[in-house]
Design a protein around this ligand. Sequence first.
Ligand code: NAD
Length: 495
Amino acid sequence: MSTTVHNYVGGGWRKASASDSVPVTNPASGTEIGRVPLSSRADVDAAVQAAKQAFPMWRATPSPVRARVLFRLKALLEEHKEKLAVQLTKEHGKILAETRGEVQRGIENVEHACGVPTLMMGDTVEEISRGIDSASWRQPLGVFGIITPYNFPVMIPLWFWPYAVATGNTVVLKPSEQDPLTHQRIVELAEEAGLPEGVLNVVHGGREAVESICDHPDIVGVSFVGSSDVAKIVYTRSAAAGKRAQTLGGAKNFLIVLPDADMDATLDACAGSIFGSTGQRCLAGSIVVGVGDAHAQIRERLMDHAASIRIGDGLEPTTQMGPLISGAHRDRVRSFIDKGVAEGAKLSLDGRGATVEGLEDGYWIGPTVFEDVTPDMSIGSEEIFGPVAGINRANSVEEAIAMMHANRYGNACSIFTNSGRAAREFRYQAGISMIGVNIGVAAPMAFFPFGGSRQSFFGDLKAAGSDAISFYTDQRVVISRWSTAPPDPHNLPKS
Ligand code: NAD
């Protein structure tokens, strides 16, 4: 059954004015399960006006009362966790264990945002001058635009909007047009939790909706996650319109293995990082660099493991890796593999011909492994966003770090070692924002900031953690003199 998705504006589901729409498919079967409107500027404006109208009421709602709505949402998300995970597998394709994990990570952000009365506290200093005190108050700013990608359609919107609304702002969310169905259900749950009309609005669409959000004079700031080229456009376009912006982009993550690492645990971590979610994570490992003797050890284990991965429908309990999101993305990943071969890398495991019996129309690519990948090759420099690994050898950690630094991205990286000294040195030299030490997916939890550096991130305040509170508020500093007769310092006690 195909569901037509509507926008959510001012507390009601509204048909978009746009006549164009795109399909949502189950990536395991290629079957259409929904249609998403490509909303127009007028649709975005309607959502912004609803959000603008709701702002004074919501801002005036005491922060503990706002937090209570989120507490109720957290409870509802927990109650519906399994159903959400199943629905998410149907529209995204990743396996049930992964969608359960994603829903859990989303809930943790709602949970963190529940602490808003404490998180929003300002600073105070008494007697900054004689009889004068100073305090800062964190205040919400108005309507925020939030634009999210397809790869974590439950969790990534929850990196943003719970914090934005907890701090007293109102929101226009533009989810990915490729898999927006599960988050529709979360919006229904937010309504059930008591989120008043107009506080959270959803507009579906693609480029026109995104550009309208960047340009709209009544939107004060934009949070974005997606590929780096679009992240840069959204960052510059939003800034040109006078808004604050945080835009998280793509990645090419290196996993560096030292000879003293525990190789079996390292294999589990690296394989999970590279092939988990079919490689469609911004924290996915892309190039494994074995230093010295580590190379042969990790290479052999990774090759064996990759060849044994069972692909299939993510709802089947025996499936270890699901399909890619779409036929277009599968073709893009295939063309990267073609280019890797043409550019001279050694293709040691080829996933291009993969298929699943009974699901031949699914968007399949099997685990793929290249060796001898150099930074000038497209598979060595670009984000592939599929289950494709490169395995390289370096003579030293310094050489491995130099390979990593030859890349324009700076989202995540990991080192595998039993040496605290090597790990410390790596942390110091990496120059990359999310660092794993014996961890394959270095994902900060909700109370730490999430985001990269270099071409993986544009802005300064990242997603979640205390950065989210700073991004969605302005610090208003008040300097007060209430004392009519300031004390004479010469008469003050000595201590
Ligand atoms: P994408 O850039 O294609 O789309 C992201 C959003 O931008 C979507 O809502 C989409 O509708 C919109 N969009 C797409 N093209 C646009 C254009 N030309 N102009 C304006 N808006 C446009 O990204 P995706 O394919 O949905 O997601 C995968 C990407 O997201 C990967 O590059 C991945 O690394 C990145 N990502 C990054 C992080 C992070 O934390 N840095 C997290 C998750 C995903």
